[in-house]
Design a protein around this ligand. Structure first.
Ligand code: SF4
Length: 336
């Protein structure tokens, strides 16, 4: 499953489900959006297993994306969830910080990776202080033989770093490893040195509200900006709990919730304007303060879906901050 396909699905409500397998991570990256650490709490896997077991061929997400913390700290769970999802027809992807690249790949991690449809590695100035780029590239060469598709997620605010690392990726992997370039967001540990964007008054439709996210403790949020949803927990962003709700129930709630539908299509700022609610401190804090009833005019959702569905993955990546590097998400993609 190519990165471009994953990006396309990001615009489709309930096409994906994000699973945060653990808040633990052996690395201590300075920008970590989830504030993960080696000693963070690790919850029971039972709610995750239960929720994925409720997928059916007729009612399931297209993709589960496993992240953390570092999801490969629980390699047996990764393999089990991927197999359980696949039994219903759902594909699986995983995003790793590549801690295991520092030495030979453990067999349990190899088995977990073999169970996936897509493997993504994070690389940026912060990760490179923890794991050498040469080790990450050596591990990726092995992983290319284990999984159908591999990509890199590169986060950086420094143009010179970006140019240098992207040139090396192309020299090393040619078109085999597409790249999604993203900005450092003002979440988690990055809040200490990154400001919320003030240059965009209204970022428009919010794709973060398309895929539900299962947090470490099993709480299911409608917003994949995990640290924000967890801190504020407004009613419209909490869908339920993986220990008691099925995929069909969670998906139906996410689809029916009027505020969410409006945030997905119009964005939080426009939704607030129409509802007469205050707009304060950027789109996400505005979203947190939205009233329960935010009407969405008939037909708007359909038109918005058609407009977003017509965009190429590179156009979507540009919209999310990839800038001049947006085309790299389509490297090696054949979309007949
Ligand atoms: S606008 Fe709302 S749904 Fe979108 S990322 Fe911000 S808090 Fe989440």
């Amino acid at each position: 499953m190519h990165l471009a396909e994953v990006i396309r699905l990001r615009t489709v409500p309930q096409a994906g489900l994000l699973l945060a397998l653990t808040q633990r991570c052996p690395l201590s990256c300075a920008h970590c959006s989830t504030e993960s650490s080696p000693t963070a709490p690790q919850h029971s896997a039972a709610p995750l297993r239960r929720l994925v077991s409720t997928f059916t061929p007729a009612d399931r997400p297209e993709l589960v994306l496993m992240s953390g913390g570092e999801p490969l700290l629980r390699p047996a769970l990764v393999a089990e969830l991927a197999a359980s999802a696949r039994a219903a027809g759902t594909r699986s992807a995983l995003l790793s910080g590549m801690f295991f690249a520092r030495r030979a790949m453990p067999p349990a991690i190899r088995r977990a990776i073999c169970a996936l449809d897509h493997f993504s590695a994070s690389i940026d100035v912060f990760h490179e202080r923890e794991v050498d780029r040469a080790d990450v590239f050596a591990a990726l060469r092995q992983i290319l033989d284990l999984v159908p598709a591999v990509s890199l997620h590169v986060t950086s605010a420094e143009p010179a770093y970006l140019d240098e690392v992207l040139a090396q990726v192309r020299r090393t992997f040619g078109e085999r490893v597409p790249v999604l370039v993203a900005r450092v967001q003002a979440t988690g540990r990055a809040r200490s040195f990154t400001a919320e964007r003030a240059d965009v008054d209204d970022p428009g439709p919010c794709e973060f509200a398309n895929w539900p996210l299962v947090d470490y403790d099993g709480t299911v949020f409608a917003c994949s900006r995990q640290s924000l949803a967890r801190r504020h927990r407004p009613g419209h962003l909490v869908l339920g709990h993986a220990s008691r709700d099925s995929w069909a129930e969670l998906s139906a709630r996410a689809q029916a919730q009027p505020v969410l539908r409006s945030v997905r299509v119009l964005g939080a700022v426009e939704t607030a304007r129409r509802a007469g609610a205050p707009s304060c401190g950027g789109a996400c804090l505005t979203c947190v303060g939205l009233p329960a009833a935010a009407p969405l005019p008939d037909g708007v959702e359909l038109v918005a879906r058609q407009l977003l569905g017509g965009l190429r993955p590179a156009q979507l990546a540009r919209r999310w901050g990839a800038g001049e590097h947006a085309e790299l998400v389509e490297l090696g993609w054949s979309h007949a």
